[in-house]
Design a protein. Structure first.
Lengths: 291, 283
């Protein structure tokens, strides 16, 4: 504010735009220009182009008639509603575990962050091999222990989708636990001491102190995680490839499947169908963060 | 020496009951990968928890590119490095300039651009992938490293700008006023006052963008296709195309690929936790 004020006496209202701007403001526009150009060239243009591709009502009819789309929509909802809520509850629980002051828990928390720190591709492939029905380690161990062949894990759509969700949770649980830990650490310790004096139980302390202070953070995290998970391509694509029989696709991988089949309009239409779900969440998050 | 009371032992036991499953859950896929990397080919599928003859032979094969799948390992590694560094540097440049402009110079319309950027941040990147692929085709950038660099800068910048704006809003205006009183020009203000003060956040954001680009799979695999142009994650994904892919080599390559980001993460953890998680979710 002060900068514009100190030099604003040069600005003459009503003069042409160039004369009305102060030197810092001109610099401001120059410095903002690179991002603005990137934004126009690589966000505005692709988005408009995508919407233009998805303009025909016939694409939506085709989508409606494609059972794989319906299946992908259901899978996406399961991923979000069941997977994310489960993940956030575990994260909330573990955040309580990791704030305990023990040196071994400190060491464990250093290891615990590893899934978040390493790239997801090699670890997802590692899980994929682990569950390979013939050669994977899990079935080898099952064979050794019971003498029988283990199940064909990734060939069952329900098991395969569950495992994709598990892989997603494995990857992002540390991040959300870390965030919720900062929330827990921000609660004043006096409250817990007072509760101890009053003889409050573990559950009462959570119910009346921890939860009220973390409620907003928890809900924000859950929504943010849902938005991001909509774009989680790797967990499904690299683990199941959408298979067996295209039964484990989610919206993120379905778009790429249609692209492969050269059905660009369907690919975009599928994403447009997800917008009514995404935009309210995005609007809510922007309200929260742009204050 | 005081003996621990029964109650303390109980608490400790309960904590261990949580801690041990957490440890196994966390380490299992990573340990599995490591196990493959140090196992000779014939040992890899035996289902043992530790190979009878641990070896570094797999690393030797990868480093000397002695397998059909690994012909271009070093050039792919180099591609990953170049792209990650370029994305880190470009994102820093663009985002720092934008944050300075919005937060310190209060450029007209700055808030508006900020909100647009934030909006992009919340659109899942996979949703933008298909139109981005087509757009890059129209710009004639497909199979060119610039396509991936620009796409990743687009994805990394919104969050970078937002975090940097939050951080620079906290710097006192008096600093700018004093510098201007002393006759500093806007660029001097940027170079000599703003950038040095923002260093911790800049390190965090640079690392964030670098890791984002290094780890990216979807965009890399859409935008690049030639064996000598692709990055390491795409090469790893290509192993899956064949039925007889050498798993132990894939896991070794994956292990090598995972090491640099893990090292960078732990080296800059201080900045990452302070600079990123605090900004990630404002409560």
């Amino acid at each position: 504010m002060a900068i514009t004020l100190s030099t604003s006496d040069h600005a003459i209202p009503g003069a042409p735009l160039s004369a009305r701007l102060t030197t810092p403001q001109v610099w401001g526009i120059v410095l903002l220009a690179p991002y603005f150009l990137v934004f126009v060239a690589f966000v505005v243009y692709p988005v408009c182009y995508g919407l233009w591709l998805a303009r025909h009502p016939s694409s939506y009819v085709a989508l409606y008639n494609d059972p794989i789309f319906a299946r992908a929509a259901v899978n996406t909802l399961i991923f979000l509603v069941v997977g994310i809520n489960f993940k956030m509850m575990v994260a909330l629980f573990l955040s309580g575990f990791f704030i305990q002051e023990r040196s071994w828990i400190k060491w464990l928390s250093v290891l615990f962050i590893l899934p978040w720190a390493v790239p997801s591709i090699p670890t997802i492939l590692s899980v994929r091999f682990m569950f390979n029905p013939e050669w994977g380690m899990i079935n080898q161990i099952i064979f050794k222990l019971t003498g029988e062949d283990g199940p064909n894990w990734l060939n069952d759509p329900i098991v395969a989708l569950t495992m994709a969700i598990m892989v997603h949770i494995w990857k992002s649980l540390p991040f959300w636990t870390l965030i919720l830990m900062t929330g827990r650490l921000a609660i004043s310790h006096d409250l817990f001491e007072a509760a101890d004096v009053d003889g409050a139980s573990w559950w009462q302390k959570f119910r009346f102190i921890t939860w009220p202070s973390m409620q907003m953070l928890y809900i924000t995290c859950t929504l943010l995680s849902m938005i991001w998970t909509l774009g989680d391509f790797n967990s499904v694509y690299l683990l199941t490839g959408g298979g067996p029989a295209d039964l484990t696709h989610v919206l993120a991988t379905l778009g790429i499947r249609y692209l492969r089949l050269d059905l660009l309009d369907l690919s975009m239409a599928a994403i447009v169908c997800a917008l009514p779900l995404v935009l309210p969440l995005v609007y809510f998050m922007m309200k929260r963060l742009s204050r | 020496m005081k003996l621990p009371s029964l109650r303390d032992v109980g608490t400790e036991a309960r904590l261990l009951l949580i801690g041990i499953p957490v440890l196994i859950w966390t380490m299992l896929p990573i340990y599995h990968m490591f196990l493959f990397a140090i196992s000779p080919k014939e040992d890899a599928f035996s289902g043992k928890l530790w190979p009878a003859h641990p070896t570094l032979h797999n690393f030797h094969i990868v480093f000397y590119q002695q397998h059909y799948f690994l012909r271009d390992f070093w050039i792919q590694f180099w591609n990953s490095v170049v792209i990650a560094v370029a994305v880190g540097a470009l994102t820093l440049l663009i985002a720092t300039a934008a944050a300075f402009s919005i937060s310190r110079l209060r450029v007209p319309g700055g808030r508006w651009v900020m909100n647009l950027a934030l909006f992009t941040y919340f659109i899942p990147a996979a949703f933008l992938a298909v139109p981005m692929y087509r757009t890059m085709g129209i710009y004639g950038l497909l199979n060119n490293h610039w396509a991936l660099i620009l796409a990743m800068v687009t994805i990394a910048s919104p969050y970078a700008i937002w975090v940097l704006k939050q951080a620079s809003d906290k710097l006192p205006v008096e600093l700018d006023e004093a510098a201007i009183m002393d006759g500093a020009t806007t660029l001097q203000l940027f170079r000599l006052v703003y950038v040095p003060l923002m260093m911790p956040s800049l390190v965090a954001i640079g690392t964030y963008a670098l890791l984002l680009a290094w780890n990216e799979y979807l965009y890399a695999f859409l935008l690049l296709s030639k064996d000598t142009e692709i990055t390491l994650p795409v090469a790893l994904g290509n192993f899956l195309a064949a039925d007889d892919s050498p798993w132990e080599l894939l896991m070794t390559t994956g292990f090598i690929y995972a090491l640099p980001p893990a090292a960078i993460y732990y080296a800059f953890k201080r900045y990452m936790v302070g600079g990123l998680t605090a900004g990630a979710v404002k409560s």
